[in-house]
Design a protein around this ligand. Structure first.
Ligand SMILES: O=C(CO)[C@H](O)[C@H](O)COP(=O)(O)O
Length: 262
């Protein structure tokens, strides 16, 4: 046992555990990236080992693929699976319409492709991720390394022309080197503070040469499962317009808690 989890990890865990219950035998499921998604992968791994759950997973990063294999989940590629029943992923921010900012972990490109190729996208998050307006979290934009400074300048010019509050784009670093995505690209983090028209911004940014994709997920997420440190979870479905609340048993097991690093 690795000791007591923080309230935030408990919140992430219960959201992930509730979402794991949506996975049924025979499903093709997209697995997100990040610390909340890592809880999901651990929960699903336990269901595979203990309950004989049989499903196929499409991971959204090499990190998630490695963890999935480690915990015994069969992994395939999106091209092999073609279409998915469900994708479950974390988010950096979500608003009341379940529009998202994603990419804090740098996996936004695969995450957006996988979520878009799914019948349903479920976001798992602690309550701190809910915002009135998207944009306090820096918006990640994936750019190709060639001419990235030109792309950065063009993005900043675009932000000025759109009258967006914050206008600076910083290159994400990994120590003293530029951060590299799984596709060998860089990430520019846009410090916007508050995004007025997220739909328009998402479209405009993707027109800029060198930009591969941005971290705004508009009309992609169907359901959010919000976890709380006391074991409560809230499930909001945007299509059904429903909100359900329940309390989960918080059962710690050595298997699930043996690896807390992400
Ligand atoms: O978009 C992501 C990775 O690219 C993550 O889902 C997002 O950063 C949330 O991560 P965490 O669950 O660790 O808070």
């Amino acid at each position: 046992m690795t000791g007591e989890l923080s309230p935030i990890d408990k919140a992430k865990f219960v959201a992930a555990k509730r979402a794991a219950g949506l996975v049924e035998d025979g499903m093709r499921v997209g697995l997100g990236t990040g610390s909340t998604a890592a809880w999901l992968v651990r929960c699903l791994g336990e269901m595979v080992r203990e309950e004989g759950l049989k499903f196929t997973a499409v991971p959204t990063s090499t990190r998630t693929a490695e963890l999935a294999r480690e915990v015994g989940i069969p992994v395939t590629s999106l091209d092999e699976a073609k279409w998915l029943d469900l994708t479950i992923d974390g988010a950096d921010e979500f608003d009341r319409d379940l529009n998202l900012i994603k990419g804090g972990g740098g996996a936004l490109l695969q995450e957006k492709i996988v979520a878009t190729a799914s019948d349903q996208m479920v976001v798992i998050a602690d309550a701190g991720k809910e915002v009135e307006n998207l944009g306090a979290f820096p918006l990640p934009v994936e750019v190709i390394p060639f001419g990235w400074q030109t792309s950065q300048a063009l993005i900043e010019e675009t932000l000025v022309s759109m009258d967006v509050l914050g206008r600076s784009a910083s290159l994400r670093m990994n120590g003293d080197r530029a951060f590299m995505t799984d596709e060998g690209n860089h990430i520019l983090d846009l410090h916007l503070h508050r995004i007025g028209n997220a739909r328009q911004l998402a479209l405009v940014i993707n027109q800029i040469p060198g930009v591969v994709e941005n971290g705004l997920f508009i009309d992609i997420c169907d359901t959010v499962i919000i976890g709380y440190g006391d074991g409560n979870v809230e499930v909001r479905d945007i299509n059904e317009g429903t909100v359900e609340r329940e309390k989960l048993d918080f059962v710690e097991t050595d298997n699930l808690f043996s690896d807390l690093s992400d």
